[in-house]
Design a protein around this ligand. Structure first.
Ligand code: GLA
Length: 678
């Protein structure tokens, strides 16, 4: 457990930041909660070694070198970490340890370093002819591991070889204490999900002293919701992953700090048995994980990676607990404690988790606890349209060993919604193991934006033996305005996309790995679009403002698309896309060769645009010029002028807007306004 500067300072790291962060960890309670390592990442070095070949710290940012920083950190009872690279240079092109392993390890030990993160950029593979990359990584990491051991100072060794095929979990345990399993994390739910999914199945490869590292925690960096950060912290703890906060500790909100200091969740992460949680199921993106804890408890995480709230349920037996009179469920985020006859269940919000510590108890102990209940909402339709109705079933389940009595179920929605209850709201007695359901007919307001998230909430109150209790469930129902003619929709993704339109404004909610990227095999592209057939003439201008785009990676994005035929990607590739991706980069891709996939790509690398961004695509025959504007069309920056495959796109083309989340496993929603074709 610790802190690392990378995601807050990048190459601006300096002694002051490191020392202030160490001080903050003491003052804000993180040290007391167990955070110990204060880690310096890349860029701490001067651009060259000294005349004796020793590494030197950057003289302006670390004026006294590393030793005084280590001394200061030690004086606070904390430990210092540093960064190097097995190659000739680090990822930021500063001197690497290749050929200097023993010398550098000796420097680290002399300075008082307690932890080394060892990266893998710029490795001279040509020095290892015929050797597979993984073997070279292993050889070089072993050199540094041996060099660290030879210093006699205990130094935690953290390997950073997250590239495809390196598979460090297969070879690192004998030489390292932790190894990165996945690529650099970003501060969004999709990236967190990728790193979780890339690590969770490696549970058998990790254990005490040798850990899977899905990369650093983003809590506090403000790119995700509180719920998503809570999910990250819970999943990392369940995987027994390192908890390394990579954020500006001085600017942490009380909420983010409380998350970092949830001692019940930390206890799961740091459990002495060191057993990573095991995925029990993951059907439809609804995950159940179980981690065996010392003393026989289990930590159970119910994780909803989908876009709508859902019931996730398992049983004590399924998660590996022995038969018992009853089970004690401690919710590690709400701190409520209930008794269950065996069901472990919750209604979990989209992108959220419920995390329980489950223990066996006897019947007598169970009688002293409130019964475990679950209130859930199940809509008949996964998405709703303005002015249309659906049925939402509200169910209270009694999973406890005692009945719940005098139950009343309520249901609410926002302004403009119509709700009709289709059954009795009250039930006198709900026996253990039973449930009561009331259906509601729910009608969305007639008018609305192309896309809105409506909070439909259910409530239950009842009177168990020892007083009234109440519980609530919130369903984020997705409401779309139906797409009217002349617009059409095209869905080339693996999961049904959802579309909304109103007055030239659009919303597309979709998965998809990207748009016609050159590396996709034909039929290319995995995206969803709203378009007008044959609307872009040989001399035309299409324009739209992307008002929101949260994609999962640089392959995803939202923008304009113009093609011969939108729904026939393999047969009719000629066309152009102009979009903004998750990194805020404006990208233009097109078909230059006449092959079946879009094969050319130009990105305005220095265009880091934040929505809204207006995109304009000007067509003159088979030549297209893209522009973007971040001031609503007052000033325009050119992207590129390109020519598509000769012979193609001689006539009118389909034109519209598209969105791809960047990933197969999650859905994001992009919204657009002021679409026009002239
Ligand atoms: C790589 C690592 C990151 C960070 C940077 C520093 O990308 O994966 O964690 O250390 O290098 O340059």
């Amino acid at each position: 457990m610790g802190w690392n500067d990378w995601y807050t300072a990048y190459c601006g790291v300096n002694a002051q930041l490191v020392e202030q962060s160490a001080q903050a960890m003491v003052n804000d309670g993180m040290k007391a909660a167990g955070y110990q390592y204060v880690n310096i990442d890349d860029c701490w070095m001067a651009p060259s070694r000294d005349s004796a070949g020793n590494l030197v710290a950057d003289p302006t940012r670390f004026p006294g070198g590393i030793k005084p920083v280590a001394d200061y950190v030690h004086s606070l009872g904390l430990k210092l970490g540093i960064y190097e690279d097995a190659g000739t240079t680090t990822c930021a092109h500063l001197p690497g340890s290749y050929g200097h392993e023993a010398q550098d390890a000796a420097s680290f030990a002399a300075w008082g370093v307690d932890y080394l993160k060892y990266d893998r950029c710029n490795i001279p593979f040509d020095q290892f002819p015929g050797q597979p990359e993984q073997q070279v990584q292993q050889t070089l990491a072993t050199r540094m591991s041996d060099a660290l051991k030879a210093t006699g100072r205990p130094i935690v060794f953290s390997i950073c070889t997250p590239d495809r095929g390196d598979d460090p979990w297969r070879w690192s345990a004998p030489i390292a204490n932790l190894w990165r399993t996945t690529t650099d994390i970003q501060d969004n739910f999709g990236s967190m999900l990728v790193n979780f999914e890339g690590t969770v199945n490696l549970f058998a490869d990790a254990g005490p002293g040798a850990w899977n590292d899905p990369d650093m925690l983003q809590i506090g960096n403000r790119g995700s919701t509180r719920l998503e950060y809570r999910t990250e912290f819970s999943l990392w703890a369940e995987m027994a992953a390192p908890l390394i906060a990579s954020t500006n500790l001085a600017a942490l909100s009380p909420g983010a700090l409380a998350m970092y200091e949830n001692t019940a969740v930390i206890a799961v992460d740091q459990d002495p048995w060191g057993k990573p949680g095991i995925p029990i199921s993951s059907t439809g993106g609804l995950w159940v994980l179980s981690k065996e804890l010392s003393g026989g408890d289990r930590s159970v995480v119910l994780f909803n990676s989908t876009v709508t709230a859902a019931t996730i349920a398992t049983s004590a037996t399924a998660v590996g607990l022995p038969a018992a009179g009853a089970y004690r469920l401690q919710d590690l985020w709400s701190n409520s404690v209930t008794a269950s006859r065996g069901a472990i269940s919750a209604f979990v919000p989209a992108h959220g988790v419920v995390m329980y510590r489950v223990s066996t108890i006897d019947r007598r102990q169970a009688r002293a606890l409130p019964p475990h209940t679950m209130l859930s909402l199940a809509p008949a339709a996964a998405q709703l349209f303005t002015g249309r109705s659906t049925i939402v079933r509200e169910t209270l389940t009694d999973d406890g060993p005692a009945p719940v009595k005098r139950v009343k179920l309520t249901f609410r929605a926002g302004r403009g919604w119509r709700i009709k209850r289709l059954g009795r709201a009250r039930v006198e007695r709900l026996a253990p193991g039973h449930r009561y359901t009331v259906a509601f007919r729910v009608t969305a307001p007639v008018a609305g934006p192309p896309f809105a998230l409506a909070a439909l909430s259910g409530g239950a109150s009842w009177d168990p033996v020892n007083g009234w209790r109440a519980t609530a469930a919130i369903l984020g129902e997705r409401v779309f305005a139906p797409v009217p003619p002349p617009y059409r929709t095209a869905d080339l993704t693996s999961q049904p996309a959802a579309f909304g339109a109103r007055d030239g404004a659009f919303a597309i909610s979709a998965r998809g790995t990207g748009v016609l990227q050159p590396w996709n095999a034909p039929p290319t592209g995995s995206y969803a679009a709203i378009y007008e057939p044959q609307r872009a003439g040989v001399s035309s201008t299409a324009q739209v403002t992307v008002t929101y785009d949260q994609a999962g990676g640089t392959a995803g994005g939202a923008g304009l698309i113009e093609r011969d035929a939108m729904t026939a990607p393999a047969a009719s590739p000629a066309g152009v896309v102009l979009f903004v991706n998750d990194a805020g980069t404006v990208v233009m891709s097109w078909n230059a060769t006449g092959a079946r996939n879009v094969d050319s790509r130009y990105a305005v690398q220095n265009a880091v645009v934040h929505e809204p961004v207006t995109l304009r695509l000007v067509r003159g025959g088979s030549t297209y010029t893209g522009y973007y504007s971040t001031d609503a069309g007052v000033t325009w920056s050119p992207v590129d002028t390109v020519t598509v495959a000769p012979g193609a796109s001689a006539g009118d083309q389909d034109v519209g807007v598209f969105h791809a989340s960047g990933l197969f496993t999650w859905t994001t929603t992009a919204t657009f306004k002021d679409f026009s074709v002239r």
